[in-house]
Design a protein around this ligand. Structure first.
Ligand SMILES: [Zn+2]
Length: 193
């Protein structure tokens, strides 16, 4: 007999459809359990990834002491309290000491942490802490602006309220000038968003 926790996600999805009063055999729902499993696996694929594999050696020795900023990084995550999406943009900056990271790796790190069950505060910290560990820079700053479906569709039903979280490490925490430079660089809105 199959152990209980070996039951495929699709078959559990089928049970959920029944529980909410649906008929899983009707045309539109016939393949929904499999599609929902595939979607859920993708949305949580960050569990299958680690920092080393994601950075993949893209660290370079560089004498650069100017702030590096990647702004407006789109992300989509899932709130661990309700299993509903939250999404938004993240601005990530660091002040190099003697190493820089391939720029495309920063959005990849954001995705790795976003594709797990999260709370926005921890997602912000995960990105900041990881860059601090990988690069040992003079400091890291991360600002995350998000909207939560668990607030928009249920609960307080506030469709237009956003949540902002930040994590400031090293020079970004200690030096007001560094923090202000970061804030002014990310305050100009990208018209695409
Ligand atoms: Zn929630």
């Amino acid at each position: 007999m199959r152990k209980r926790d070996d039951e495929p996600i699709a078959s559990l999805m089928n049970k959920i459809l029944l529980k909410i009063g649906e008929d899983p055999s009707r045309e539109g729902l016939v393949h929904t359990p499999e599609r929902a499993e595939k979607a859920l696996r993708f949305l949580t694929s960050g569990y299958q990834m680690d920092v080393q594999g994601t950075v993949n050696g893209a660290l370079f020795t560089e004498k650069c002491d100017e702030m590096v900023v990647v702004k407006d990084i789109e992300f989509y995550s899932m709130c661990e309290h309700h299993l509903l999406p939250f999404f938004g943009i993240m601005h990530v900056a660091y002040l190099p000491k003697d190493k820089v990271i391939g720029l495309s790796k920063i959005p990849r790190l954001v995705d790795m942490f976003a594709r797990r069950l999260q709370v926005q505060e921890r997602l912000t910290q995960d990105v900041a802490r990881t860059l601090q560990e990988v690069l040992d820079p003079k400091g890291v700053g991360v600002i995350c602006e998000a909207r939560h479906f668990c607030m928009m569709m249920r609960g307080v039903e506030k469709q237009h309220s956003g949540t902002v979280t930040s994590a400031m490490l090293g020079a970004f925490r200690e030096r007001k000038e560094t923090r202000d430079e970061f804030l002014s660089l990310v305050s100009h809105r990208n018209p695409q968003f």
